[in-house]
Ligand binder design. Structure first.
Ligand code: FPP
Ligand code: MG
Length: 317
């Protein structure tokens, strides 16, 4: 990442961290404690980074941009806390999930608290457009999760249906992060559209890589339990492409959904050409993301954005 842009982004991330600690720390202890632990577990802060890198480099890092950056991270945290309830996940970022440590009721309350905090922070900007973007995105996130629940155990899920679900449950928040940077930074509607496309493509690649890692990587590497998708019946792109190539696999995937030998199916899928093909699809989205930021961007530096897109690949290679 170029030096001036990197410095600005790092400064923004430090301010975001301070604001997150402040807003997560204010409220009833029953929710602030687990929420604080969730915050302390870390994360890549990719979405706040997108907010800063999607605003013109010459624009000073003011309170509005920092508020927007904190709001997208709070939404992300809320979705993960709720997602871990739905997935019955025991591990996130190498630590027990909120649901594993505190039970489902408390985890629902913690997610609700983080969700509410996201909007109260964003409202500080006074931008109705910014709040509209985050509200529409929240709807996409919850509808995407609904689609995933409905498609559970469906080994006939199509690639298009999978991608639409990923666009809603994951890529929409990446796109919103870019749009908020544009909106608050005063970029044109055309640039905002292109950065939304950039965010969508990076988000799709991110989710495909995440789904590949669920099959290929150990808990030490990801901080999450391997094979969670097979265990909870979530059908993902590497599975879809592997089954297309070898229809007999569907029975073994169905068996893993029903509590069969998940490790053996993970190992089989990890080595399958379908997983390599899924990786190629993800790389295609990264290429599309880079293409979206090729032409001039109203003073927004394309290099940090391209570095973020490449960083998503590097992290998973
Ligand atoms: C993680 O994906 C989860 C998401 C990307 C979105 C989850 C969304 C909800 C639970 C809807 C709640 C909405 C709001 C607005 C609070 P994953 O399960 O594929 O990845 P993982 O392996 O990290 O769990
Ligand atoms: Mg999950």
């Amino acid at each position: 990442m170029p030096e001036a842009a990197a410095e600005r982004a790092l400064e923004g991330l430090a301010a975001t961290e301070g604001l997150l600690a402040d807003v997560v720390g204010h409220g009833p202890r029953a929710v602030t404690r687990p929420a604080g632990q969730t915050l302390a577990a870390g994360g890549k802060r990719l979405r706040p980074l997108l907010v800063f890198c999607s605003s013109p480099t010459e624009r000073p890092l003011d309170a509005d941009l920092v508020a927007a950056a904190a709001s997208v991270e709070l939404i992300h945290m809320a979705t993960l806390v709720h997602d871990d309830i739905l997935d019955a996940a025991d591990l996130r970022r190498g630590r027990p999930t909120v649901v594993a440590a505190h039970g489902a009721s408390r985890a629902v309350q913690v997610g609700d608290f983080l969700f509410a905090r996201a909007f109260s922070v964003l409202a500080r900007t006074g931008s109705a457009d910014a709040v509209r973007v985050l509200a529409a995105t929240s709807l996409d996130l919850s509808n995407g999760e609904l689609l995933q629940g409905r498609a559970g155990h469906d080994v006939a899920l199509t690639e298009d249906a999978y991608l639409e679900r990923c666009r809603m449950k994951t890529a929409s928040l990446f796109a919103a992060s870019c749009r908020l940077g544009c909106l608050l930074g005063g970029a044109s509607a055309e640039v905002e559209r292109r950065l939304a496309r950039f965010g969508t493509s990076v988000g799709l690649a991110f989710q495909i890589f995440d789904d590949i890692l669920d099959l290929t990587a150990t808990a030490d590497a990801t901080g999450k339990t391997r094979g969670a998708d097979l265990r909870d019946g979530t059908v993902t792109l590497p599975m879809i492409l592997a089954m297309r190539n070898e229809p007999g696999l569907a029975a073994r995937i169905r068996d893993a959904h029903r509590g069969g030998d998940v490790d053996a199916v993970c190992a089989e899928l990890a080595a399958h050409p379908g997983t390599a093909a899924a990786r190629e699809r993800a790389l295609g989205f990264i290429a599309d993301a880079r293409d979206a930021v090729e032409a001039p961007l109203d003073g927004i530096d394309p290099l940090p954005l391209a570095a973020i897109a490449d960083g998503v690949v590097d992290r998973y290679s």
